[in-house]
Design a protein around this ligand. Structure first.
Ligand SMILES: Nc1ncnc2c1ncn2[C@@H]1O[C@H](COP(=O)(O)OP(=O)(O)OP(=O)(O)O)[C@@H](O)[C@H]1O
Length: 257
């Protein structure tokens, strides 16, 4: 599999004192993978995602997408990627189909809007206002807007935060099916079950540095040496996170709420 993303020694500082929030990340993402970026609050996940999407500039290091860099190939890269909108009121007074159609109009050869709406279980809601939808339905509309231009690579920043278990599950199934069709997915999440279910490879970062990487199974094997724990997979990624960072990711999230 060829690398869709190639990052080498990525550093980012937001201030003049040069305090680094990303301290030299290096990783690759292969075509067709779901790649998960995990880490506690403030680890640098969103900053990394925004740099990959060309929304922020790195302080130093190499960032290449499809073998191209943002400086010289912005237009070509933009046509190949999609980023999930963060839920907001911008599109509240827009209807579902109008919103997906609007995004389709930006591309030369978009997907069929009606088919996409049907595939995402939104046919009954095609003429509903976006702000009348449930959180799960809204996320599915945003995902339809993200993929209607047939991107090869999509970025999902905490896509299921705040969704109920059923909506999360249906969102996961959609992501799985997109991956099976060859789409590359980059995901940040605070849910370890989500990372375990969806991701082929993970990068765990803390304070801007990589503390673990690899497949969920490989990470569990490396973190826990006791065969009683690791062989029947009694340990979960949440246990890994707890052991590596000393934080329970969900308790931590709750305490921030
Ligand atoms: N625009 C900004 N200006 C200054 N500092 C910033 C800015 N955005 C992020 N930071 C800082 O960079 C660090 C990494 O933040 P980032 O949002 O990338 O982390 P995160 O892992 O996505 O966190 P969370 O899980 O809470 O979303 C934090 O210390 C944050 O305060």
């Amino acid at each position: 599999m060829s690398a869709v993303i190639d990052v080498a020694d990525l550093k980012k500082s937001y201030n003049k004192n040069n305090t680094l929030v990303l301290k030299g990340l290096s990783f690759q993402v292969k075509k067709g993978q779901c790649f998960g970026l995990l880490g506690p609050n403030g680890a640098g996940k969103s900053t990394t995602l925004e740099i990959l999407q060309g929304l922020k500039k790195p302080t130093s290091g190499k960032v290449s997408l499809f073998g191209m860099d943002w400086k010289d190939n912005e237009k070509q890269i933009r046509m190949k990627i999609g980023g999930l909108l963060q839920s907001n009121n911008l599109y509240g007074r827009t209807k579902v189909k109008e919103a997906v159609r609007l995004f389709a109009s930006f591309y030369k050869d978009p997907m069929d809007v009606d088919e996409l709406i049907e595939r995402f279980g939104l046919t009954d809601k095609a003429n509903a206002w976006l702000d009348s939808l449930s959180g799960g339905q809204k996320q599915r509309v945003f995902l339809a807007m993200t993929i209607v231009g047939k991107p090869e690579l999509i970025f999902l920043d905490e896509p299921t935060t705040g969704l109920d278990p059923t909506s999360r599950q249906s969102f996961w199934e959609i992501i799985k099916s997109l991956k099976e069709e060859g789409m590359t997915v980059i995901l940040t999440t605070h849910y370890m079950d989500e990372a375990d279910y969806l991701c082929d490879e993970l990068l765990i970062i803390e304070q801007g540095k990589i503390i673990e990487s690899g497949t969920p199974d490989a990470i569990i094997h490396r973190t826990f040496t006791d065969p009683v724990i690791r062989e029947p997979r009694k340990a979960t990624l949440n246990d890994v996170f707890l052991k590596l960072t000393g934080h329970d990711i969900l308790k931590q999230e709750t305490s921030h709420a």
